[in-house]
Design a binder for this molecule. Structure first.
Ligand code: SF4
Length: 269
């Protein structure tokens, strides 16, 4: 059983298991801390800095990033001090400068009392450099198709040598976790395109569903599902059937056996 530590969040004494982050502990207590680069399915990296809190007690009085700061015995956490609110508003303004139309970001801005940004760049490439796409591709999919290049303001996400990626499997997880819609997945006819501002990251021909004939997934992606979800169970993916046909099959009086079992196609494998 995990050792519990005692700490206070906004004056309330709580207990949390050792190893838990301050953000998780606050969430458990119903305390709202804004986040953007944080995603429950991914390892936190503390990139966006939105989840800053003020700590003291068992740690030197300072501003810390709550998604990577672990709870400690005797820690005193304040999530809504004037200093924190001021810094957070500045961070949101800077993020809005990059991505002024992101719904997730605009909702956060409204919640933090930010109406407009002084830092509009006019470029509006929408990417806020949160790195969710890089982490999901690397840590969940294991494809390592995306990487960072450049530094400072010019830092951006791309593929090796900024060419069409040979590692991408076309799963679309990067587009799914992107908070601003900067990475997009587009299926047109029998082609899937993964792209971001000004760059196509990868292109694929889509395999057809054996039931309805609709092109629905790249072979590389189906091969990965076969490898990760089927072969490990001693099974083999034989026929490609789209998630919609899987659902229909489940509602037939005699269910049809499908390679996708019952869950449809997972985006995050
Ligand atoms: S679509 Fe390609 S780049 Fe995006 S997460 Fe999947 S493998 Fe990575």
């Amino acid at each position: 059983m995990a050792t519990m530590v005692n700490l206070t969040i906004n004056g309330k004494e709580i207990q949390a298991p050792e190893g838990m982050t301050v953000l998780e502990a606050a969430k458990r207590e119903g305390v709202f801390i804004p986040t953007l680069c944080y995603h429950e399915a991914l390892e936190p990296e503390g990139t966006c800095r939105l989840c800053i809190v003020e700590v003291s007690g068992s740690l030197r009085h300072a501003i810390r990033v709550s998604c990577i700061q672990e709870v400690k015995e005797g820690l005193v956490v304040e999530t809504e001090t004037e200093r924190i609110k001021k810094n957070r508003r500045l961070i949101i303004e800077l993020l809005l400068g990059r991505s002024p139309y992101s719904k997730e970001l605009l909702d956060l801005a409204a919640r933090c009392g930010v109406v407009t940004s002084r830092f509009r760049t006019g470029e509006d490439d929408a990417c806020v450099r949160c790195g969710r796409c890089v982490r999901v591709c690397r840590d969940q999919i294991g494809a390592y198709a995306l990487c960072w290049v450049n530094r400072g303001y010019d830092r951006k996400i791309t593929t090796d040598f900024e060419r069409l990626s040979e590692y991408c499997i076309g799963c679309g997880s990067c587009a799914q976790v992107c908070p601003t819609g900067a990475i997009k997945i587009e299926d047109r006819g029998d082609e899937r395109k993964i792209y971001t501002w000004g760059q196509v990251l990868a292109r694929f021909k889509l395999e057809k569903c054996k039931e309805c004939g609709r092109p629905f997934a790249p072979k590389k992606y189906l091969d990965r599902i076969n490898e990760k979800a089927y072969k490990t169970k001693g099974l083999e993916l034989v026929d490609y059937i789209c998630p919609e046909c899987v659902k229909k099959a489940e509602h037939r009086p005699t269910p049809v056996k499908t390679p996708f079992g019952g869950g449809g196609m997972p985006f995050v494998v």
